[in-house]
Design a protein around this ligand. Structure first.
Ligand code: ATP
Ligand code: MG
Ligand code: MG
Length: 330
């Protein structure tokens, strides 16, 4: 697209990705459930007359393309990519709407409960190793599919892994993805970035192997509650990733030898030595932790209970504060 096309906004070619009509009349009860760089994500009730999920929840990512014209190109890029992906471990895109008047795009997706990062934040302690394995296996199945279609995700981290009510983990957020089997731009979130992405600034291209490195970091993030070097600033972390030995799981925690071995196979600095997604799925860690979506369903239930308890505690605290204010008690 040249600058002239961009200044005109969406053109006819772009418009084929969008359903016509006003989405305001098709979805109700919008509630904000997530926030990202672009805007917000909402949970909404699907009232589309012919929808298979009519009467159920959907997620709507509202993205503004006001201001910079490249924003619209980026949004269409994300939609084009997601549209052709169909896998149980990839968040499903349902439909997109264009609200030209407001310079907004609505991306309607299958509804998930929250991210693996939310899950870790809510839990007071560590997850069980078998729970971590359930999440990681699902992400690998998603990645193995993505890489077979020549897509590199480029932003794998717990915040971009969503959990569904029936106990599946799904890869989400294709805002940084590349639709070629190799790429060279400096894209991703710093702490999760593979060494060759940092070095690609000087030395050429990288492949889907970068997602496996980021998944190794995500294993540490989910298991030990933060990615390595999270207390350092992003620039210092990038320097360390490129210069130092690969990080490991917390050696003082109770993680099994097999889990340590699995993570070290993902965190190989040389991408050629790193496991592919398909190889990683064969690791004995997954033989020790058999596939069991029910385990994630139970973890999600436990998390929901914790959120409710925390909400109630906060209400009680607010109530006590009000009593103090109105009655002057302590
Ligand atoms: P980032 O700032 O990480 O690039 P983003 O702006 O591209 O993020 P997403 O990662 O797609 O946005 O979504 C932001 C958050 O919204 C997610 O972390 C998640 O909590 C929530 N979210 C996104 N999609 C869904 C969905 N389909 N179901 C439930 N929650 C979702
Ligand atoms: Mg995100
Ligand atoms: Mg994003």
């Amino acid at each position: 697209m040249n600058a002239f096309t961009l200044s005109r906004g969406p053109n006819r070619e772009d418009k084929k990705y969008f359903t016509s009509g006003d989405p305001d009349t098709l979805f109700s009860d919008l509630q904000e459930i997530g926030h990202g760089a672009f805007g917000a994500v909402y949970c909404a009730l699907d009232e589309r007359p012919k929808s298979e999920t009519r009467g159920q929840n959907v997620a709507i990512k509202k993205m503004s393309y006001a201001g910079k014209s490249e924003k619209f190109t980026d949004i269409v890029h994300e939609i084009k990519l997601l549209e052709r992906l169909r896998h149980k471990n990839i968040v499903r895109l349902e439909e997109c709407f264009l609200k030209e008047k407001d310079h907004m795009v609505w991306i309607v997706m299958e509804y998930c409960l929250g991210s693996a990062s939310d899950l870790v934040d809510v839990q007071p302690g560590r997850l069980l190793e078998s729970e971590v394995a359930q999440i990681v296996r699902d992400v690998l199945l998603g990645l193995s599919y993505l890489h077979s279609t020549e897509v590199i995700h480029r932003d794998i981290k717990a915040g971009n892994i969503l959990l569904s009510e029936n106990g599946l983990a799904k890869v989400a957020d294709f805002g940084s993805a590349s639709n070629k089997s190799s790429a060279n731009s400096f894209v991703g979130s710093p702490y999760w970035m593979a060494p060759e992405v940092i070095l690609a600034m000087e030395s050429g291209r990288y492949t889907g192997a970068i997602d496996l490195w980021s998944l190794g970091i995500t294993c540490i993030e989910i298991a030990d509650r933060k990615p390595p070097m999270f207390t350092q600033n992003a620039m210092a972390a990038l320097y360390q990733i490129a210069q130092s030995d690969p990080p490991t799981l917390d050696q003082n925690a109770d993680w099994s030898h097999t889990f340590h071995s699995f993570v070290s196979c993902l965190l190989k600095k040389n991408p050629e030595e790193r496991f592919t997604a398909t190889e990683a799925l064969q690791h004995s860690w997954f033989k020790d932790n058999r596939e069991n979506p029910q385990e994630l369903v139970e973890l999600i239930d436990r998390t929901k209970r914790l959120v409710r308890e925390q909400d109630e505690k906060q209400i009680t605290m607010q109530y006590k504060k009000m009593l103090r204010i109105y009655k002057g008690g302590d």
